[in-house]
Unconditional design. Structure first.
Length: 97
């Protein structure tokens, strides 16, 4: 579908989101970079847009290099609404949300 960069082009990008339609009802979102307070609203917006269209959303965190507390809380809250894959090991060990 598309590539979303944050911050906008011309500044150093912290996060990349790549949307790929797997079929008409399923989208995979590849997340690359740092999932921080600035990136959370962007990823939430992409997820909400697809969920609002009735699509299954798969979020792949394989290329995430760091997740701040805000990013961890977001992932924790979204796990019931989206499928998350390749969760970094440090997220699997944490319980303090």
């Amino acid at each position: 579908m598309g590539l979303i960069l944050w911050p906008p082009f011309g500044t150093k990008a912290v996060i990349h989101l790549q949307e790929n339609m797997l079929d008409k009802n399923t989208v995979a979102i590849e997340v690359d970079g740092v999932l921080d307070a600035g990136a959370v609203p962007l990823l939430k917006g992409v997820c909400d847009r697809h969920l609002g269209l009735g699509r299954e959303v798969l979020v792949n965190l394989r290329s995430v290099v760091h997740i701040t507390r805000e990013g961890r809380v977001f992932i924790h809250r979204m796990r019931g609404r989206v499928r998350v894959s390749n969760l970094p090991e440090f997220m699997n060990l944490e319980t303090d949300f």
